[in-house]
Design a binder for this molecule. Structure first.
Ligand code: HGY
Ligand code: MN
Ligand code: MN
Length: 403
């Protein structure tokens, strides 16, 4: 039987980013096409029936798709320069868990499916959990169609090039109604399990989190010929925003705020930019905390913009309230897994979107350093196998007793 680590290895050359290190695999790009082919081949080889829903999510069914299905899976896309485990571990673990169930002669008494959600990281079109949000109806389809990547390609154009009809993007209530419960296995993004010395855990909650795009408008000019007094340099308030994000988040217990992406236009070394786009990722344990955090950061940005004779526009690109996973399912799984710890996460997941629609749980696999969204992201093979065994146990429990 192929181990999860061995299955992951078969993806090692897909979407390698030689510039950033790690992997860059984004919604409906070339790497994504290879990943879809890989998943379809692996699932078909296991006798699963593979289909693509209207939003580009892949579904591999064991048995006739039907009501009360037990669904597991995750995503295959990455952040720019991401690690090998975030997303793919949940997919390969699902395939390996099904191998284990088959080897034991298990026959599901409920439909069972492995799902691969599209563009979970929002690495190309900016909205995280794009495929699961469209499926669940929590992202407006027209807005989604017009999302643009850095080259100006719209999601509609990208899905059409991938063989889908963009007019069909949108909620799939009938498909969602088939899901009896969803369980996503994921590498932990943090050191919770390492500190507890536990290989596998169960998720309890996800921080409220969102993304805001701030565009600072100033006056493009010459870096050498323009005296400081004559400048309206949007990079100056942009820099204030970065520092304000850290300062304000530091005053809110459990909050995080990050600027990982800042794009000056035109972006010349000897050019005062005309505009600077800054993306703020803000998270906190509660909805109100997150909203207040962002309000304070934006207020500081507006003040800094005014002082520099600039203006600023603010757009909320995505937001998700705090997710508290289904307590009954969480407790069922922690006891099924011999008292596995339940722990919160600061990372968003498709499971966080599904949790608003169906009973949902997450299993975490220990990440020794806690590092994620970076090439150094890692999980030990033994812990990955412990995750597969835990997922197989959970699927057996939820989808019926073995023969
Ligand atoms: O951003 C997140 O937390 C997730 O990895 N999409
Ligand atoms: Mn991620
Ligand atoms: Mn992920």
């Amino acid at each position: 039987m192929t181990t999860a680590t061995a299955l992951l290895e078969t993806l090692a050359d897909v979407g390698v980013d030689r510039l950033r290190g790690g992997y860059s695999r984004h919604g409906f790009d070339r790497a994504d096409a290879e990943l879809r082919e890989w998943f379809t081949a692996e699932a078909t080889a296991r006798g699963l029936d593979v289909s693509t829903d209207r939003n580009g999510n892949l579904w591999a069914w064991w048995g006739t798709p039907g009501p009360n299905a037990v669904v597991t899976g995750s995503h295959l896309d990455s952040v720019p320069g991401g690690g090998a485990f975030d997303g793919p571990l949940g997919v390969v673990a699902a395939l390996s868990a099904l191998d284990a169930l088959r080897a034991e002669g298990f026959r599901p008494t409920r439909p069972l499916a492995v799902v691969v959600f599209a563009e979970e990281e929002g690495g190309r079109f900016g909205v995280p959990c794009l495929g699961s949000r469209l499926l669940a109806g929590t992202l407006d389809a027209d807005r989604a169609r017009n999302l643009k990547d850095a080259d100006g390609t719209t999601l509609a154009e990208a899905v059409r090039a991938a063989g889908l009809d963009p007019r069909w993007l949108g909620p799939e209530p009938e498909l969602v109604s088939r899901i009896g419960c969803f369980v996503e296995l994921h590498v932990e993004q943090g050191r919770g399990l390492a500190d507890l010395d536990a290989p596998v855990g169960v998720a309890s909650s996800i921080l409220a989190h969102g993304r805001w795009r701030l565009t600072f408008h100033g006056e493009g000019n010459h870096a050498g010929a323009t005296p400081l007094a004559d400048r309206r340099d949007p990079m100056v308030p942009a820099a204030s925003l970065v520092l304000a994000a850290r300062r304000v988040a530091g005053s809110v217990p459990g909050a995080r705020a990050t600027v990982g992406r800042l794009v000056p236009t035109p972006g010349g070394t000897n050019v005062i930019p005309s505009t600077v786009d800054v993306w703020l990722d803000a998270r906190a344990p509660g909805d109100a905390d997150t909203r207040h955090l962002v309000d304070d950061v934006v207020a500081a940005a507006r003040e800094a913009a005014e002082a520099e004779g600039c203006t600023v526009t603010v757009r909320e690109e995505s937001y998700g309230d705090t997710v508290i996973f289904d307590g009954g399912l969480r407790d069922e799984l922690t006891s099924l897994l011999g008292g596995a710890p339940a722990l919160p996460t600061g990372a968003g997941h498709d499971a966080g979107v599904l949790a608003g629609r169906v009973p949902t749980a997450m299993l975490f696999v220990r990440n020794p350093t806690g590092v994620s969204h970076a090439p150094a992201e890692h999980a030990e093979p033994d812990d990955c196998e412990a995750g597969v065994a835990a997922l197989a146990r959970v699927l057996t429990h939820l989808a019926g007793a073995p023969c």
